[in-house]
Design a protein around this ligand. Structure first.
Ligand code: ADP
Ligand code: MG
Length: 406
């Protein structure tokens, strides 16, 4: 058993406390994929929070307030990232009225008036500068509108932010929601005694926040399969000219280090041998498949090519545990989605224990029609990688613990 998971399993959950007559603040993760017309393309994360919300309703909490982040607005108001865009969907799923709260401090009295006829949803907490800074003032303010804090935001439980971490300093009763418990149980099953070889398939765009994790994960896996924008940084480190592709200059050295470490630990690395390139993402005139070494001048790599699909598919086919986070290309655009969907098919078709994490990756698996063919779909991407690293996630670390464990 990975000891960090055992520690996290020992926290109190909603089941262990009495919520009746109490003001409950639930940190949820409503950071759902959304298109430019505010259509929610995958509401899995909202649906995943329903058991916790409904439990509080069924057990007569005084009031229920939901707090979440959405996107990366950078500490200030930005209409594009307003959570008002999800109110309707939430009302439909909950079958209840949802009161959208733009400024929670001025709604304090309303929240304190017991009525389960409606649920409160606070505006995007990342509109406050203090959220990401884990500012004690913001934490105290959040604590002051509740009696009980429930963390059910598994997707952000690896962050030390005011609403996911700092707030717990100032609330007497803080417990995990059902999603947090479900996720940790699934990880415990997957990682307790994993069947080797273990393959980690990594992609997506959040290179800076994920690449550093890779170093620590290498001791735990047998194969590292890299695609998406993540692989551009590695290909760049191999000396290839990636032209206008999305890669991160500051992390080229880290990529090099990951490759050296992999060699040291006997981990096999798989990188794209061919890529789909385009002259423009929005209005492509020219789309080509080229060897990874031959990205044309002014073009960018936006998906893995067919030879890479074959290579990666064979590598995952020979694995017994597969962990996947991050799409292989810009899967939201049809022309650049094939690599991601084919890898989704290959992983789903394998006989391995298959585990997928990350908002976009889960969305891609759904679109590929493979959602039922994975062993477990986690709502957390970065969080699942940090679990794999062996870390105790901050979102769990300050929760109350079950007494028998003390
Ligand atoms: P997750 O949400 O599953 O953790 P990320 O947020 O890290 O995954 O990455 C998903 C994003 O990565 C998608 O929006 C996708 O378009 C983008 N992406 C993947 N490959 C590329 C690429 N080659 N160039 C630009 N963006 C990419
Ligand atoms: Mg994402």
């Amino acid at each position: 058993m990975i000891s960090n998971i055992a520690v996290m399993r020992g926290v109190k959950s909603l089941k262990d406390i009495d919520v009746s007559g109490k003001r409950v603040l639930i940190r949820v993760d409503f950071n759902v994929p959304m298109d430019s017309h505010h259509n929610i393309s995958d509401d899995r994360r909202i649906r995943a929070a329903l058991p916790t919300i409904n439990y509080c309703i069924d057990h007569n909490a005084c009031s229920i307030t939901l707090v979440s982040h959405f996107g990366r607005p950078g500490g200030k108001y930005d209409e594009r990232y307003s959570l008002k865009h999800i109110v309707k969907r939430l009302e439909r799923l909950l079958k209840k009225r949802v009161v959208f709260v733009e400024d929670f401090e001025s709604s304090r009295d309303e929240i304190a008036t017991c009525s389960l006829e409606r649920v409160f949803l606070l505006e995007n907490i990342r509109f406050y500068e203090g959220e990401k800074k884990n500012d004690p003032e913001l934490s105290k303010k959040l604590a002051s509108i509740c009696d009980i804090y429930v963390n059910d935001a598994f997707g952000t439980s690896h962050r030390k932010h005011a609403s996911t971490y700092g707030v717990m300093e100032y609330v007497d009763t803080k417990v995990a929601g059902f999603l947090m418990m479900k996720e940790i149980e699934a990880f415990s099953k997957a990682l307790e005694d994993p069947v080797r070889p273990i393959a980690l398939v990594i992609g997506g765009a959040k290179v800076s926040s994920k690449i550093t994790l890779l170093k620590n994960v290498l001791q735990k896996i047998d194969k590292l399969i890299i695609g998406g924008a993540m692989s551009n940084t590695f290909l760049k480190a191999l000396g290839y000219d990636m032209q206008h592709s999305l890669y991160e200059d500051e992390y080229i050295e880290t990529a090099q280090h990951v490759m050296d470490q992999a060699r040291h630990h006997g981990v096999k690395i798989y990188l794209p041998v061919d890529v789909v390139i385009t002259d423009s993402i929005e209005s492509p005139v020219d789309i080509k498949i080229v060897p990874a070494q031959d990205v044309l001048e002014g073009f960018q790599a936006v998906d893995i090519g067919p030879a890479t699909v074959k290579l990666f598919s064979e590598a995952v086919g020979l694995s017994n545990t597969i962990i996947w986070n991050g799409p292989m290309g810009i899967y939201e655009i049809d022309n650049f989605s094939k690599g991601t969907y084919k890898i989704a098919n290959a992983i789903a078709d394998s006989y391995a224990y298959t585990f997928v994490g990350g908002g976009d990756t889960a969305d891609a698996v759904d679109r590929a029609g493979e959602a039922d063919n994975f062993s477990f779909i986690s709502t957390g991407g970065g969080a699942s990688l940090e679990l794999l690293e062996g870390k105790i996630l901050p979102g769990f670390s300050k929760l109350d613990r079950r007494e028998e464990e003390l």
